[in-house]
Write a protein that binds this ligand. Structure first.
Ligand SMILES: *Cc1c(COP(=O)(O)O)cnc(C)c1O
Length: 854
């Protein structure tokens, strides 16, 4: 036997998680860490930071990780620090007070569905503006004490984090999230085991874990399919936000819609209003139709009446190409079974997703959403107009101007997006409780009483913080991709809080035109290289991994930023996320936005800038079209001058250069004896007083209630009482009208406005008479004259005005209409008469859009 000097096999290392166990006295910290209230409450954040300043930064400001990693020694120190304990207990008391406030029962309850939620950078469930809007909205719902529940996904990999290669190529890193490290909790079932939601797909059951995110008083439930019970094909549904192919998108939208409704049912949550945040959530209405048919024994039409009466669809996408369209075989594969249960023929379902029923068009989620919701809105005043044009083909008898599509302009959650020092400033000068009355412009007027010195000192503080952030956070990454250390030193040396800092950060979608500024590099070089009036541009943003053009643009900007004349003058910061966004939108002087006109539905980063005393320079699009005030920012004119986008780009670029050269830079550098610009500070004050309060989520939430939620909750309640009596009555009426529609006969048409022109009181008066035989129809009809300007070359009619005829007599099935109307719009127009169904129980014409032109 040979005895070896050493003999061992290799160990298999298995995970063991050693987590700090907090003693009872500190358990409240865990409770606070698991409610996102800390995200927008500085006192709570400060507590966590104080526990372990280094751990706080290392954990990327994640209190759950921070607490898990506390050493026994540190816990002991905390327990022996009465000052800290008092402060922490005080924060906890404020939190508990906040939590104990009940929901406002005078406002209807709402279920809210969204593919993404941007709540904190710790929780990678968002990619950009849409998600952050949804996250801000739920925070506001909590602050406003309304009863809203959110539904979405917990992504294993979330959206990617971005780094750059040495030549400026974007590298997308998908890192798995460890759910145990997140400020969320798993939902348990009645036996205290993880609740597993079962969602029937066409071929098998898909199982989901369910996670709860507590957002103050609001709960957000997230589904997660990454569990052993599922095969890889279904496990991957919630791997990535906006990842995978069309089939994966189909699976996701099926799960969000159908699974989302089943989830609420499983949790016993019933709401009065269902809100689809973007078309991704449209399929909730398929499951709701099924539930009304099966559980409430309603006919399909009655079910549709109920679903419509209680739902709102918010569209965020201004261009048709941005909407989801699915091929019929794909939609049939996933929806076929559910449609059978709903009990309508397959083609009838397909037609609910088509602009032209009966055609072979793909299934459009937005058209399905429009057809199954009573109310619908865009996200700014301009976007309402754009959406009406876009959606007009769904209601062929009507013009964009006549549609029911409305708008609620997006806003931002003030306590999330104003920095700690800005909040302290507001609380000092307005009132610590002013958040409850945030939309009150009178409060904001008090900004005019603040001394210029104080406001400017605050602005300088925020600028310095940004520069400090860049120095500490990016130096390390730059060592990897800036090639030479000397280059990094030059950049850091150039960074100057006294320079005019201009920020541009957003997704690198082409329509945002990040390239615009680089149209004339010589001119740009002159702007940034004036030694007396230095200007620096800071860029950030991610391009979708499948968007080659967006990535090329990032590379282009990075290359320019490395030229000697731009080094340290144009800076690209990697990995734009909520944390960087907050530093940037508060730390620059001017926020730049250059979208192609009518393609920015709203935009919100400029709103975030405003509440921190940063001014906007933006194309008149999205929210800025409403927000801009003279002397409180700058607007690139709204009119599109050229059809050719390249020419338009050039014009816009030159407009921006000259605004910078002639107005903005001189204004910023018109220093007073205290070394800053009195005029610039007046711009800031006006921007805070007149712009900021109009674009908060408080205003936005109130508007959703006033314009839509109350209306929907009331109407659906009316339709529901007495075993859906009203719903059934309306459907019986609609069915009768629909089946008799083609039988309508025009018995007499005596209307020729040109013959009957009459000058009386300086008005054009027209007379006319129409007699209609409505045959077996039970309901009423209306007749109206619609005036347009018709362009035969484009075959397009522009709506001018309309007026209704008076019903003067009814004889059996004969209806006698007359008009005697003054026309208001001089000129040569075209007209046609339109018959339409009339019923005061309809919410609007588009609810039953039968039209007969005569
Ligand atoms: C606010 C925000 C956005 C949206 O900004 P837009 O102006 O709408 O482009 C995108 N990403 C992050 C990280 C944000 O904070």
């Amino acid at each position: 036997m040979i005895i070896r000097s050493s003999y061992s096999n290799a160990p298999v290392w298995r995970d063991i998680q050693v987590r700090a166990i907090l003693p009872m006295q500190l358990q409240f910290l865990n409770e606070m860490a698991h409610n996102l209230w800390w995200v927008w409450n500085g006192k709570a954040k400060n507590i966590f930071k104080k526990i372990d300043p280094e751990g706080w930064d290392k954990s990327q400001q994640n209190p759950v990780v921070l607490l898990q990693n506390l050493t026994t020694e540190r816990i002991g120190e905390i327990l022996n620090d009465p000052d800290f304990l008092q402060e922490a207990n005080e924060a906890y008391r404020v939190f508990k007070d906040y939590m104990s406030k009940p929901y406002d029962t005078t406002r209807p309850s709402v279920a809210y569905f969204s593919m993404e939620y941007g709540l904190t950078n710790v929780l990678k469930t968002y990619s950009g503006g849409l998600g952050i809007l949804a996250g801000d909205y739920l925070k506001e719902a909590s602050d406003s004490s309304v009863d809203i529940t959110g539904v979405g996904f917990l992504y294993r990999f979330g959206y990617f984090s971005q780094s750059l290669s040495i030549d400026g190529q974007q590298i997308a890193n998908f890192e798995a999230q460890n759910f145990g490290n997140l400020p969320i909790s798993q939902v348990m079932d009645e036996t205290n085991n993880p609740l597993i939601l079962e969602v029937p797909f066409h071929d098998k059951i898909v199982y989901c874990n369910v996670w709860k995110v507590a957002i103050g008083r609001i709960n957000l439930y997230l589904m997660d399919t990454d569990i052993d019970l599922n095969d890889e094909f279904y496990r991957s549904i919630t791997y990535q936000l906006y990842g995978g192919d069309w089939e994966n998108r189909m699976k996701q939208e099926y799960l969000l819609g159908v699974g989302g409704i089943l989830l609420l049912k499983r949790l016993g949550i019933k709401k009065e209003v269902y809100h689809l945040n973007e078309g991704h959530a449209a399929l909730i209405n398929a499951q709701r139709l099924c539930d009304f048919v099966k559980d409430e024994k309603l006919s399909f039409n009655e079910a549709l009446e109920m679903v419509r009466a209680s739902s709102l669809y918010t569209v965020h996408t201004p261009v048709p190409a941005g909407h989801d369209y699915f091929d019929e075989p794909l939609i049939a594969k996933y929806m076929g079974k559910l449609v059978e249960e709903i009990g309508i023929p397959w083609q009838q379902f397909m037609d609910l997703g088509r602009e032209n029923p009966g055609s072979h068009e793909k299934f459009s989620m937005s058209v399905f959403a429009l057809n199954t919701t009573q109310e619908s809105n865009g996200v700014s005043e301009l976007h309402e107009k754009v959406s009406r044009e876009m959606f007009q083909p769904v209601w062929k008898g009507y013009f964009p101007e006549e549609l029911h599509v409305g708008h609620v302009t997006n806003g931002v959650h003030l306590p999330t997006w104003s920095t700690a020092s800005m909040k302290a400033f507001y609380e000092k000068h307005f009132d610590p409780t002013f958040y409850d009355d945030e939309s009150n412009l009178n409060i904001w007027e008090k900004i005019y009483d603040v001394s210029d010195d104080e406001l400017w000192e605050l602005r300088m503080h925020l600028k310095r913080k940004l520069i400090e952030h860049i120095r500490t956070e990016f130096q390390h990454g730059w060592l990897k991709n800036q090639a030479t250390p000397s280059r990094i030193v030059s950049i850091l040396e150039q960074l100057n809080p006294n320079a005019l800092l201009i920020g541009f950060a957003r997704r690198f979608a082409t329509y945002k035109r990040a390239y615009l500024l680089f149209t004339d590099l010589d001119r740009l070089s002159k702007i940034v290289n004036d030694p007396k009036r230095p200007v620096q541009f800071i860029f950030a943003g991610k391009a979708h991994p499948a968007d080659g053009a967006g990535q090329a643009l990032i590379k282009h900007i990075v290359e320019i930023s490395r030229r000697p004349e731009f080094l340290g003058k144009i800076i690209f910061l990697e990995n734009y996320d909520m944390r960087l966004a907050k530093r940037l939108i508060a730390g620059v002087d001017l926020w730049l936005n250059t979208p192609i006109r009518l393609q920015e539905a709203s935009g919100t980063s400029g709103q975030k800038a405003t509440i921190n005393g940063v001014l906007n320079l933006s194309v008149m699009d999205g929210w800025w079209y409403e927000g801009y005030r003279e002397g409180a920012g700058w607007a690139v004119p709204a009119e599109k001058v050229y059809e050719n986008q390249t020419f338009q780009d050039e014009l816009d670029a030159f407009t921006i250069y000259s605004m910078l050269e002639n107005e903005i830079i001189p204004l910023y550098y018109s220093y007073n004896s205290n070394g800053y610009s009195h005029e610039w500070v007046q711009y800031i004050k006006k921007s805070i007083a007149q712009i900021a309060p109009r674009f908060t989520t408080k205003r936005m939430l109130d508007e959703y209630y006033d314009k839509f939620y109350f209306k929907l909750a009331n109407r659906s309640k009316e339709l529901r009482v007495n075993d859906y009596a009203k719903a059934k009555e309306i459907v019986a009426w609609k069915e009768n009208m629909a089946s008799n529609w083609d039988e309508i006969e025009v018995v007499k048409l005596d209307f020729n406005p040109n013959q009957y022109l009459d000058i009386r009181d300086n008005k054009n008066i027209v007379y006319g008479e129409v007699v209609i035989d409505k045959k077996n129809m039970i309901g009423d009809l209306g007749v109206e004259c619609v005036m347009v300007d018709f362009d035969p070359i484009r075959n397009k009619a522009e709506f001018i005005e309309k007026y209704e005829f008076e019903l003067v007599k009814t004889e059996g099935s004969l209806l006698y209409f007359q008009t005697k109307e003054a026309l208001n719009n001089p000129g040569t127009h075209q007209y046609a008469l339109r018959i339409f169904p009339k019923n005061p129980d309809l919410p609007h014409r588009m609810d039953f859009a039968y039209v007969r032109w005569i």
